[in-house]
Design a binder for this molecule. Sequence first.
Ligand code: SIN
Length: 533
Amino acid sequence: MKTPADVVVLGSGIAGLFFALRTAEKHSVCIVTKKTAAESATNWAQGGIAAAIGSDDSFERHARDTIEAGAGLCREDVVRMVVQKGPSSIRSLLDLGVEFDREDLKTESNFELGREGGHRTRRVLHHGDATGREIEGTLLSHARRHPNIQLLENHCAVDLITSAKLGRPGTNRVIGVYVFDRQEDRVEAYGCKAVFLATGGAGKVYQYTSNPDIASGDGMAMAYRAGATLANMEFFQFHPTCLYHPKAKSFLITEAIRGEGGILRNTEGKAFMSGHHELRDLAPRDVVARAIDTELKRTGADHVLLDITHKEATFIKKRFPTIYSRCLNFGIDLTKEPIPVVPAAHYCCGGVVTDKSGETDLPNLFAAGEVTCTGLHGANRLASNSLLEGVVFAEAASDALEKRLPSLSENDTTPIPDWQEGNATDSSEAVVIKQNWDEIREFMWNYVGIVRSDKRLDRAKRRIELLRDEITEYYWNFRLTTDLIELRNLACIAHLVIECASQRKESRGLHYNIDFPNAKQSHCVDTVIKLKT
Ligand code: SIN
């Protein structure tokens, strides 16, 4: 057993790094990240970070847009806490050296604010169309230099170690984490006083996703197996516009393009959003993704078009340099022709339940970011609220942990047993992992996608039960690899999404079931899920 630090942080996106930097002011921190540290969803975020700082904006307006998008399930106290902390969170990022675009380079605070779906005013701070890369790079450079932070890349968390699993007396609590060192090819037990989960989302559970390959729901699955409560896993957000091109894997076309006047058209060139919502192309994401799905089914086309050709070419190239050059690589000049787009799984609004301090109901386990369900997003996340949520809850969790740490110290000093490999052998059956992985992602897309039905959910349920049995058997008989760890986690996520979706007998926000097409007041509650022990 190793004890690398007081606190182990799993994940190296905005929430993990922000939490680590704040906590490391007083304590030792070890960040465990399964590939290179920059490979996080944060790094891919194009749009930006929402904060009510514009002269025509207010906390009330930001809160109202968030609550409206959330379709009845936002926790209003959480929404108010987050929007009110918006300006100070932006200040913290600026103090660390993050740069956001300004209207006038000479003015300190005159930020250029973008607009995205569901926002009735401009409030999205951005760095061109590569905001996440700017934030990730800045935070990471601080973390790499920090004397109290150890950064372990190519280390993949396998499972949380709990007192209950080791048969220790008292309330079940987290006492460490098993970590797979990919280079050394071995699993080690890390003992620590607390674990901070910042592992991000689970978009890889769907065949088409805007998420990077790391998004396999590891944190959610580990927390579930350890006994923490999760909620609202049925609310998977599909981003309306990902590039449709055979060679473009997971490339998002930011909603900010529609914020600057981009229009969705079908392949016959007809704009179709006006019949769906008063905000037309800037309606909340669930509405836009469903409208596209309807259009695809109606016309039989395999994509729709996003048209911004009516704007000046110089403006487009300056405002969206990454998208412009990426599309050009695929032979699409967006200043001259519309971009072919399709919806893809983008963001999991459900996750590990935390309170306003980022504490889960499993003692010594804290969490922030996409891995959580804090009550901010409700049934549908408002665009660009997630980076803000990551900062606000990372800060809150760090402060809460600071108060708790003295009492956590004495609890668990007995060594944790080493990982038991048993009779596991090297697998020569990698094809089984690929087959199971593809199968899950395909039926999740077809049966548990943008439009669901009870029959499709039942089919998905039968399939995932079978696959989970197979994967469990495989898991204990063969030596671990990252692919196998991720497959086991993905199967768990699929099970949780299907389970939550089957429980919700109505349509609300991101969950649309043709058998129950309307929202019901009596169902306006979270779907809570916890492992039965
Ligand atoms: C986008 O740029 O469209 C994505 C922003 C977000 O998901 O919040």
